[in-house]
Design a protein around this ligand. Structure first.
Ligand code: URA
Length: 488
């Protein structure tokens, strides 16, 4: 039998055919599958195509249950470019129906091959998320669009498009690939035929900015060439503007690291003397407004950190903001400026929010701990995580801030914030990405990474982790229920 699938990634169509073939008792060696796009068919083993499914009479009554994990596996494997994938999946389906022991055999060759294919598809999906680079172009209609060119290894465009629609919901964008193109007009996704590499848009001003940024964050002392090549394989380089910088930056890395080692210590900026205390908090009385809270937190000496910091850094943003984003504690720059998230972590947060079209001034940004804790090394102040008793002593300031701002949702950036908001230790990686409903005041809490965690990652890990973080933030922005919440 020759089965022609019109769409190479239509899982439902494949399942429909496979179910009918199985019910009619058609063994895998009697079926030739063809479902690929132009030029990569499986080859027609049985001559003329009849495209016909087995007669309905033969199908009637037969029911074969397969594990849910197999259906999920099919969903991944069908996206693989290998033309033999349909044959492999049907063979597995047949064998699951006829060999009950198969589902318990982790070393079965067919099963292992399918799992390898699923893994390759996942990797391709991740690489697309990490390596798509948009360029701004002005359309004939006067509307701005962001266009990217990408060459996936597998049929992943349809599967990956909703991710980009969520992430770049505010932009009009298109991703062109040799096989399929996808466009988002701000409302809906539209798919079309593949494009030619010559349609790739020329570089724009944003690209120059991105290259400057890349050069700036490239840390020669943390360079691990082998790992970088593994995570950012060369075949992606010709579509990555920053790839042209990799060789010169890599060549110069050793000398740059050496000069960093040889250089004398950077002279510290002058640290202002702590501001004199004017206000002492009245014991047990909650501040009436944010101004009172700021003054009282500034004077707080419930733990030793306050005495060493320049000032307390309370949150900022509109009263009644929908979201309150909570970080760990002010850093060196925040301590001097008296504003949260103005240093490197804040800049990364700003960049992510701008990419999501989420205006910083619509959210309330705060910290779990209000004073900067540091250790002096020479004249430099190096961030130190607050001890739990110090964070506990500070918790009532954050609670007061929450009561005054009354946000609809709280977003914990990192473990310290998550613990302050949920009142228990939180494993951020395990609990990130979903709204948790545990607070006594009924406010939901969304946990994700702290931006500093991304800044600490090795260069080759950052792009992918950043993409995932953006996805989290977008879900938080939309108050979207995440996977953990659904499961729980
Ligand atoms: N890190 C934080 O957690 N908060 C800030 O304000 C700055 C850096």
């Amino acid at each position: 039998m020759h089965i022609q699938l019109d769409d190479p990634v239509d899982l439902d169509a494949f399942r429909g055919h496979a179910r009918q073939l199985l019910a009619a008792g058609v063994s895998p060696d009697r079926v030739a599958w063809c479902g690929d796009r132009a030029g990569e068919g499986a080859g027609d083993l049985f001559g003329a195509s009849d495209g016909a499914a087995p007669p309905a009479a033969a199908v009637a009554g037969a029911r074969h249950a397969v594990p849910a994990s197999f259906i999920a596996l099919c969903g991944d494997v069908i996206l693989h470019r290998d033309p033999q994938r349909f044959a492999l999946l049907y063979r597995l389906l047949w064998r699951l129906a006829h060999e009950p022991a198969l589902r318990h055999d982790p070393l079965d060759a067919d099963m292992m091959q399918a799992q390898l294919m699923a893994k390759a598809v996942h990797r391709d999906i991740h690489k697309m998320r990490a390596f798509v680079r948009f360029t701004r172009v002005m359309g004939d209609d006067g509307l701005e669009r962001h266009v990217a060119w990408f060459e996936p290894d597998h049929h992943i465009v349809e599967a990956n498009a909703p991710f980009f629609a969520r992430r770049f919901a505010q932009m009009r964008w298109a991703i062109l690939t040799p096989e399929r193109c996808v466009e988002w007009d701000g409302q809906a996704l539209a798919f079309g035929e593949g494009a030619d590499r010559r349609e790739k848009p020329p570089p724009d001003a944003g690209e120059a900015l991105w290259l400057t940024y890349y050069e700036h964050i490239f840390n020669p002392a943390r360079l691990k060439v082998a790992m970088m090549r593994r995570e950012m394989p060369r075949r992606y380089w010709h579509n990555l503007p920053e790839a042209a910088l990799i060789q010169p930056l890599t060549d110069a890395a050793e000398a740059r690291s050496q000069s960093m080692i040889d250089a004398p210590p950077t002279p510290a900026r002058r640290i202002r003397a702590p501001i004199a205390l004017h206000v002492r908090p009245a014991d047990g009385v909650a501040p009436a407004d944010l101004a009172e809270l700021r003054a009282a937190a500034h004077a707080c000496r419930d733990c030793p950190i306050g005495a060493l910091a320049t000032q307390a850094v309370c949150g900022e943003g509109p009263l009644a903001a929908q979201h309150m984003l909570v970080g760990e504690q002010p850093g060196d720059q925040e301590d001097l400026a008296g504003r949260p998230f103005v240093g490197p972590a804040g800049q990364l947060l700003d960049r992510a929010m701008a990419q999501l079209g989420w205006a910083r001034d619509t959210v309330y940004l705060a910290n779990a701990v209000k004073h900067f804790k540091y250790e002096l090394r020479g004249k430099r102040r190096i961030h130190k995580t607050a001890a739990q008793r110090e964070a506990d002593a500070c918790a009532h300031w954050l609670d007061s801030e929450i009561s005054l701002v009354k946000p609809q949702g709280l977003v914990a950036l990192g473990a310290t914030a998550a613990r302050a908001l949920l009142g228990r230790p939180v494993a951020v990686q395990a609990e990130r990405g979903a709204w948790l409903h545990e607070r006594r005041d009924g406010r939901p809490v969304f946990v994700t990474l702290h931006p500093s965690a991304l800044l600490r990652l090795a260069d080759n890990e950052r792009a992918e982790a950043y993409a995932r973080w953006l996805d989290d933030l977008e879900r938080a922005r939309r108050f979207e229920v995440g996977p953990a919440a659904v499961a729980g």
